[in-house]
Design a protein around this ligand. Structure first.
Ligand code: DX5
Ligand code: ZN
Length: 218
């Protein structure tokens, strides 16, 4: 499986967003993770399609992975894809018909990912596994960066990896040099890290170190 590391822009210095996007790209990370929060699905607001468009403008070749923590992602699919989203991550807990929405995402030319929260049983994903390009297993309760990794979510990763040897499986929340190798061991191949990576003066060294630690356990 392709190993991918994704800095989450939520942890960037918003006073220098363009430079922070360039810094994440220059670190050698594989894609940028953009967290969209609607203050309804989660108790927080972040940013919208304009920031996705900004990241496309300043780093056109840096892949844009967009995490929709929204009750009605269906109302915004076109807006995010027009702004430059390349993978759209939709929560199974959202208030829309995901079979329909994944068809739309594909027709609009983006990749489809299904996300589940820590309290959601992994079996709920089974009817969708053949309709998505990626699964995102949340390892914190969504809404904020800088939270503690919930290791109890890792059996979901192993469960999915057993059933889908080739599917991309991502983890998001609390990722760092200690927790990301645990997720890799469980079978994840894509890793979000927000506060851990953006706090580093040398993000490239931290990304290189994460790759070494992942490769040491897989
Ligand atoms: C949580 C977001 C995460 C968050 C990760 O609601 O979906 O992507 O930005 O931040 P860290 O890595 O700091 O936990
Ligand atoms: Zn996220």
């Amino acid at each position: 499986m392709n190993i991918e590391i994704l800095p989450s822009l939520l942890a960037a210095d918003f006073g220098q967003l363009a430079d922070e996007i360039r810094r994440a790209e220059a670190s050698g990370a594989d894609a940028l993770h953009l967290d969209i929060m609607d203050s309804h699905f989660v108790p927080n607001l972040s940013f919208g399609p304009d920031v996705v468009a900004l990241s496309k403008k300043v780093a056109p070749n840096f892949y844009r992975n967009v995490h929709l923590m929204m009750s009605r992602p269906d109302l915004y699919l076109e807006k995010f894809i027009d702004a430059g989203a390349q993978t759209l991550q939709l929560h199974i807990e959202a208030d829309c018909d995901l079979h329909t929405e994944f068809k739309r995402v594909k027709a609009l030319g983006a990749k489809r990912a299904l996300v589940l929260n820590p309290e959601t049983p992994v079996e709920r994903l089974l009817p969708y596994l053949d309709e998505v390009d990626e699964i995102l297993v949340m390892t914190v309760h969504p809404g904020y960066g800088g939270q503690k990794f919930i290791a109890d979510c890792l059996p979901k990763v192993s469960y999915l990896r057993e059933r889908k040897p080739k599917l991309d499986i991502m983890i998001d929340g609390g990722g760092n040099a200690e927790t990301i190798p645990l997720a890799a061991k469980a079978g994840a191949n894509q890793f979000v890290a927000g506060s851990y990576l953006f706090a580093k003066a040398d993000m490239k060294a931290a990304v290189d170190d994460l790759r070494l630690r992942i490769n040491a356990v897989i």
